[in-house]
Design a protein around this ligand. Structure first.
Ligand code: NAI
Length: 248
């Protein structure tokens, strides 16, 4: 894809299914990658042994300002800039009806999925503006934001908030050459899906779809990396589903 070789990318949630698939694609396109997750060993396990000249694993909590400042600082320290950002870390949290959900659990989901996305945008776009060369950002939302389902008050609310943040960030930063888009995956075979629905439930969660299966992480990462590339140079503020036909 155009405009990726030599670029410096930050990927959060890089120890997870979708994040590690995106890291692999970005490296294959010739990017240098700062891979962020809660635990450094988990990042290396998920992403494999990668050439240290083009890859750094950073342990950081995206729900805190310090965590987001730390991964931007590492990118600048190791590679000198930030051009691309996949704002992807997220949790499903405990699934239960609104009437039963502890406030602390609602707050925990919002802290990672919504506050974390806001803090990441703030830290990374400030850096992009300072560099003066533009940039591209993809926020990971969810098909569940567009088509709500039961027991997902915290998750669905946070992912809808991520869409609002995408649109506001796109409006505010287009004049700086910074594009911001959201990707809304449907059910994807990752640890998050298995933790939420169990191994069998996760597998079956694609049965009702037109494509009759769940996505592989790489099928989601493909759209994300396209949106980060210059092949998507006129796309900003967009919300793109990749869901096996769920919305039909
Ligand atoms: P995953 O569980 O494999 O990966 C998520 C990663 O985020 C994990 O490695 C986790 O350690 C990390 N993370 C969680 N909290 C963090 C924090 N505070 N700081 C830093 N890292 C943190 O799940 P998956 O599926 O790869 O998820 C990636 C994104 O895709 C998430 O935002 C998720 O909500 C979204 N998504 C996933 C779908 C699916 O069916 N798997 C469907 C729709 C959206």
């Amino acid at each position: 894809m155009r405009g990726l070789a030599g670029k410096i990318a930050i990927v959060t949630g890089a120890a997870g299914g979708i994040g590690s698939a995106a890291v692999a694609r970005l490296l294959a396109e010739g990017c240098r990658v700062v891979a962020v997750d809660l635990d450094e060993d988990d990042i290396v396990k998920a992403c494999g042994e990668v050439d240290g000249d083009r890859f750094v694993a950073v342990a950081a909590d995206v729900s805190t300002p310090d965590g987001c400042a730390a991964y931007v600082k590492q990118a600048v320290h190791r590679f000198g800039a930030v051009h691309l950002f996949l704002n992807n870390a997220g949790i499903m949290g405990v699934r239960m009806p609104i009437v039963d959900m502890p406030v602390a659990e609602f707050d925990r989901i919002i802290a990672v999925n919504l506050r974390g996305v806001f803090l990441g945008l703030q830290a990374v776009i400030r850096q992009m503006i300072a560099q003066g060369e533009g940039g591209a950002v993809v926020n990971t939302s969810s098909a569940g934001a567009l088509r709500p389902y039961v027991n997902s008050a915290g998750y669905g609310t946070s992912k809808n908030g991520g869409i609002s943040l995408t649109k506001v960030a796109a409006l505010e930063n287009g004049s700086h050459g910074v594009r911001v888009n959201a990707v809304c995956p449907g059910s994807t075979a990752t640890p998050l899906l298995t933790a939420a629905f169990g191994a069998e439930g996760a597998e079956k969660s694609g049965d009702h779809l037109p494509l009759a299966r769940v996505a592989s992480p790489d099928e989601i990462a493909a759209l994300m990396v396209y949106l980060l590339s210059d092949d998507a140079s006129y796309q900003t503020g967009g919300v793109y589903t990749v869901d096996g036909g769920l919305m039909l």
